[in-house]
Design a protein around this ligand. Structure first.
Ligand code: ATP
Length: 287
């Protein structure tokens, strides 16, 4: 086998809490992660010419060591002293810098595909350990599905699957700096922390309405005051039939949860009419 391809799914945060800022600057989090059926695609092809060559459909993305795909391929190729070279085509569909872990899922999928292509025999756990050295969200992106993520993202546990539903994604055409959001996050007695445990209980009971009643992301306390359009998009989704709506990650992507496909499609059109140049897309869960 000289070539293989893999779909790299985006994630949304059904719940996101930050428990504390550690002395080393990292944040201790408690997040419910959920993969959705919005994918980047990676195609890996062995080559006689040594080195890694990355190409992508997005001209503004780096294609050198600054790209997580390049980094993850290099990490495994060096460790296993793989002879010859590798051509990687990265077709991006997941919006960049959106809070949907686009780069992390690409890196995780690159490692999974390389493991398969070169028959390295690494287990998922072994890949997750290597992924963590490149980024806190990468171990989850190797695991995928519904998961609870704690620590700095490296402590992962399986939780009951999220009930079936439709997801409306809307990403306004604004830039949010993750660093800005975490730097300006205030953690004190007034901070509204989401109730992650109640969300897990709702998932166990397969109660979508109860789950939606508990959605929460502590990072909204920073991103929404800086970008009020995020609150407007949430409002638009709720007014158009979403059972719940939340910002994913540090933003600016907003998602809405629907129990009806037609309602989700109608809400998508409403979001597109907002003056925020929204990329809007209806999908469902990736198990
Ligand atoms: P997260 O949800 O983990 O915060 P994100 O969706 O906010 O991720 P990414 O799409 O991963 O952010 O991109 C963040 C930055 O990482 C971009 O500015 C981009 O230049 C860089 N980057 C490196 N590799 C990739 C990649 N494969 N895809 C997208 N961005 C990448």
């Amino acid at each position: 086998m000289d070539s293989t391809w893999i779909n790299a799914p985006a994630k949304i945060n059904i719940g996101l809490d930050v428990l504390r800022r550690r002395e080393d600057g990292y944040h201790e989090v408690k997040m419910i992660m959920q993969s959705i059926r919005l994918f980047d695609r990676l195609t890996l092809t062995k080559s006689r010419e040594p080195g890694i060559r990355l190409t992508t459909n997005l001209h503004f993305l780096p294609v050198n060591e600054d790209n997580l795909v390049y980094k993850s391929a290099k990490l495994l190729m060096e460790e296993f002293q793989i002879d010859g070279g590798l051509d990687i085509q990265l077709d991006k569909r997941i919006p960049v810098a959106a809070g949907m872990a686009g780069g992390s899922t690409d890196a995780a999928s690159c490692m999974l595909a390389l493991n398969h292509l070169y028959k390295l025999g690494l287990s998922k756990r072994q890949l997750m350990k290597r992924g963590l050295s490149l980024g806190a969200d990468i171990p989850y992106c190797v695991m995928k599905g519904t998961a609870l993520s704690e620590g700095i993202g490296e402590k992962l546990s399986t939780i009951p699957q999220m009930p079936d539903c439709y997801i409306l994604i809307a990403k306004p055409g604004i830039h949010v700096s993750t660093r800005f959001v975490y730097t300006n996050l205030v953690l004190d007695d007034n901070t509204p922390h989401p109730d992650i445990e109640s969300m897990i209980t709702a998932m166990r009971n397969r109660d979508l309405h109860d789950l939606c009643a508990h959605l929460g992301n502590v990072l909204e306390t920073v991103t929404i005051p800086a970008h009020p359009e995020i609150a407007e998009i949430k409002k638009c989704m709720i007014e158009n039939g979403a059972l719940g709506s939340l910002m994913s990650g540090s933003g600016p992507t907003v998602f809405g949860i629907f129990d009806d496909f037609d309602k989700a499609m109608a809400a998508k059109e409403k979001c597109r009419q907002l003056p925020y140049r929204c990329f809007a897309f209806v999908t469902d869960l990736y198990r």
